[in-house]
Design a protein around this ligand. Sequence first.
Ligand SMILES: [Zn+2]
Length: 386
Amino acid sequence: MQVIENSDIKTNNKKRIIKLLAKERELTKLEISRKLDISVPTVTTIVGELIEEGMVLEAGMATSTGGRKPVIIRFLPNSRFSIGLELGKEYARAVLTDLDGKIIEDKRKALDVINEDEVLDKMKCLIKEMFESNENINGKLLGIGFSLPGIVNEAELKLEIATNFKLKNLYFKEFQDYFNVPIYLENEANAGALGESKLGVAKDLTNLIYVSITEGVGAGILINESMYKGKGMRAGEIGHMTIYKNGRACNCGKRGCFETYASNRALINDYYEVTNIKTSNIGEIIEKFQRGDSSAAKVIEAYIEDLAEGIGNLNFIFNPDYIVIGGEISKYSEVFQSKLVAKIFNNNQFYNEGDVEILFSALGSDSNILGAALIPILKNFGFGKI
Ligand SMILES: [Zn+2]
């Protein structure tokens, strides 16, 4: 019993030292000892192990405060790696990152058809290619995190359902055996919330709602720095809250769901209905609006109104520090932000503008996939460039 406890303490101290060095980058052993209240001999033993494992190195001497000059210990962010995968509209994407969440390689494959076999096959190919083009990651890959647009079962490594992709029961267990690294699954909005809270505009915040706008709409809910997932991991399915009773038909079978008005797909369909012009992404419509296209203006005005309705509801429920909007739309915050904020806060007696900040993701379309890549890092060391 005593032995187990001691080894737990040591593992914990090691994680704390790695986390501190990841944040501070360079420290002496004495500084580590003082900041973490761990004895110098213990710090020396653990740092010795970290040097052997290649996670830190001795990088010259610090200025002496009297006596021998102390050695500087430097953190090496590219000593371990992580892979993030994402299933998007008609594509699968993979990124390789270092311990800071910096993207080293970014690969994408078009999906010829959307079905279970095709998705798994293309994702497997992407990972294989990542290994082939980066031989240095062998033995240094912490794991692979997946950002998936639906309800995931983390324990069974299964995507249970993704309504907008008409996918059901996608099993990732085989990946774990095939690549011999840990696999983690996460819903795309939760992954986005994680990415945003560690690397994006919402760093250092405790209460955050991340609204992921892609083919559908979902939310990642961080309360006091913990992800709230709900019973059955189904919290945050805000895309299916009703904003118009008996409104538009949704892929889920209900009517009037938020995402039938606020998703990328909704904006593209709305523009088509007004103009009969097909567009493949929301950027085309927004650029038309910026060039003065009146049909685009009409469609975007209506879109903002409905988006404000849903986001206003989230504010009433959670009253968080920040609501961060992510996805392709976040690249065009200058078009949306002020109008959206005005609509959310006008005519309500409960909140004034500024009580809750409405932000657009600075990570653009990367927050979900970066969040996925952060999962293996967080599971191993409890940090991700904090
Ligand atoms: Zn629905």
